[in-house]
Design a protein around this ligand. Structure first.
Ligand SMILES: [Zn+2]
Length: 189
């Protein structure tokens, strides 16, 4: 559980780098991550002093500057900021598309699922829970539709195979014979 979030700034060679400090009750050490949108996130134990957090960050300054520049020069689909109303509209479009495609492909698979949720996920396109709920990223409607269909079938097949075994891929292949090609294109988005 996150106890507290603090906004901080780090100065590297005269340049200001804002970062968010999350105080995590059960954290054992300081962790540094760069989000998809280039935001800097630092997780630290509750009592860890700020000056030590800064010292840690400065010891990673070279790595930090290099990777932040990389993220900023190669924005991906997850780094675009959408307004509340855009997200609402995309969610609606994605939901219609997902339900339609699920119905279509499930004529073949005939699998049982419960809830279908469209979410604002930071890095995942979809997931399937052991309770047979399907989740999809609201950005799905922004993808080429054949790639979005591959994601939908992928999650649908997880209802039967909760893994990425040969059996799972055979199942996907039944309705998406060129899934490898679509997967390759998705990785570049
Ligand atoms: Zn999967």
């Amino acid at each position: 559980m996150f106890k507290k979030t603090e906004d901080k700034r780090l100065n590297i060679n005269g340049e200001d780098y804002p970062y968010t400090l999350r105080r995590k009750r059960y954290a054992k050490y300081v962790r540094l991550t760069i989000e998809h949108d280039g935001a800097l996130m630092v997780t630290a134990p509750v009592t860890y002093p700020v000056f030590l957090v800064k010292r840690f960050l400065l010891s990673r300054a070279r790595w930090l500057v290099k990777n932040l520049t990389k993220v900023k020069n190669n924005p991906n689909i997850f780094s675009f900021k959408h307004s509340e109303s855009q997200i609402k509209e995309y969610k609606k479009q994605t939901r219609t598309f997902v339900l339609d495609r699920l119905n279509y492909y499930n004529q073949y698979y005939n699998l049982e699922f419960k809830r279908v949720a469209i979410r604002n996920q930071k890095s995942r396109w979809g997931s399937c829970s052991s309770q047979k709920n399907l989740n999809f990223n609201y950005r799905l409607c922004l993808l080429p539709s054949d790639i979005a269909e591959y994601i939908i079938v992928h999650e649908l097949c997880h209802l039967q195979e909760m893994n990425h075994s040969v059996k799972f891929w055979r199942l996907v292949e039944k309705t998406i014979p060129d899934y490898k090609f679509r997967q390759k294109r998705l990785k570049k988005i």
